[in-house]
Design a protein around this ligand. Structure first.
Ligand SMILES: *Cc1c(COP(=O)(O)O)cnc(C)c1O
Length: 347
């Protein structure tokens, strides 16, 4: 594998000297100090100070829980910010391209548009797996990023390990594996494989299984070299103090998080059983995530009927290979019963 990080990094960043904030220059060690360095209001209210730009406490809690080293980690204001940083670090506007595999998460394409990067789409196969040959034929020397969402949104399935390895080895650019739903899956995270694959970037989020969508916290896991490039361009205080505190508090209750995940997975089993008895559901796709994709007779009609009964689902019919599909998030036991009852009632 002849991956060359220098070759995929934008020229302007190689020379860039990042902004150095007051809280970067002086690192508090806990001893009592007088802070007159950042033009803050000195009167304490809990958030009058700038947050730690390197999120040391939060990162060490995450590092411990996920068994990854702090040097391999960068935090973002949601994984959406992480994805945007990746674009801005490696893709030269108007020149470079990325490869995405529809049907998949819509944000990659939007970010490509925002950053003026060509998006080359290679459809997943019929059973929603990457088409390795077509992908490797589609890339060229300006292909910087390949996005693999596994488990994939909206289809719910994980990608074959063997195919992912062939892509990691055959592609000269960076392979971004979006693991937003990894905590619901029985598969192991690719974050364990950074050593073998220098061109691997894994993204995760606290928005789904960790129950913290409202605080906006995403994680980028990659080699130290990749992380230091991203670190150069991240906004200094991108993770605010309230987010850091709230995330730390939630991580202290790791047992509670695990319990919620297993309850969601139990509920998924029950929901799948219920869905089998709905006449107009033609297919239920296998899911490693906290949602299920189903094929129905007429998605627009069923979507509207559910909406009229106060149930909001996602109509994914406009995505390729997803004609007449609806995506249901696993809710509370009550909500899932409501969904199944509603589906049985309409005709
Ligand atoms: C929900 C989702 C995200 C978004 O994560 P945030 O951390 O909330 O920005 C990223 N990727 C996929 C595939 C998702 O479904």
């Amino acid at each position: 594998m002849n991956f060359n990080l220098n070759k995929v990094t934008r020229e302007n960043l190689k020379k860039l000297k990042p902004y150095s904030s007051a809280r970067d220059e002086y690192v508090a060690d806990g001893s009592p100090m007088v802070f007159l360095d950042a033009n803050e209001n000195p009167f304490e209210n809990g958030v009058n100070r700038y947050p730690d730009p390197r999120q040391r406490r939060l990162k060490s809690a995450l590092a411990q829980q996920k068994d990854i080293s702090i040097e391999n980690m960068l935090l973002g204001n949601g994984s959406d910010e992480v994805l945007d940083l990746i674009f801005r670090a490696f893709c030269e506007p108007q020149r470079d391209n990325i490869v995405t595999l529809p049907p998949t998460y819509g944000m990659y394409k939007v970010l490509a548009g925002i950053n003026a990067i060509e998006n080359r789409e290679v459809l997943l196969t019929e059973n929603f797996q990457p088409d390795v040959e077509s992908i490797l034929k589609t890339v060229d020397s300006n292909s910087k990023l390949l996005f693999l969402c596994s488990p994939n949104n909206p289809t719910g399935n994980s990608f074959s390990e063997e195919k992912i390895i062939r892509l990691l080895q055959g592609f000269q650019g960076l392979v971004v594996i979006d693991e937003a739903y990894i905590d619901f899956s029985t598969g192991t995270s690719w974050a364990k494989k950074l050593q073998e694959h220098p061109n691997l970037i894994v993204t995760q989020t606290l928005s789904k299984a960790y129950g913290l969508a409202g605080i906006r916290l995403g994680i980028c896991i990659a080699s130290e070299d990749i992380i230091s490039i991203l670190h150069k361009i991240k906004p200094p205080y991108n993770i605010n103090e309230l987010t850091q505190k709230r995330a730390l508090k939630r991580l202290e209750g790791a047992a509670r998080i695990r319990l919620e995940i297993s309850e969601i997975l139990n509920q998924k089993k029950l929901l799948l059983k219920g869905l089998k008895h709905v006449k107009f559901i033609e297919k239920i796709y296998p899911s490693d995530a906290n949602f299920v994709l189903v094929k129905v007779d007429d998605a627009d009609k069923r979507y509207q009927q559910l909406l009229d009964m106060g149930i909001v689902t996602r109509n994914r019919s406009n995505q390729p290979l997803c004609e007449n599909t609806l995506r249901f998030t696993i809710g509370t036991p009550d909500e899932n019963i409501k969904l199944v009852m509603a589906l049985k009632e309409i005709n």
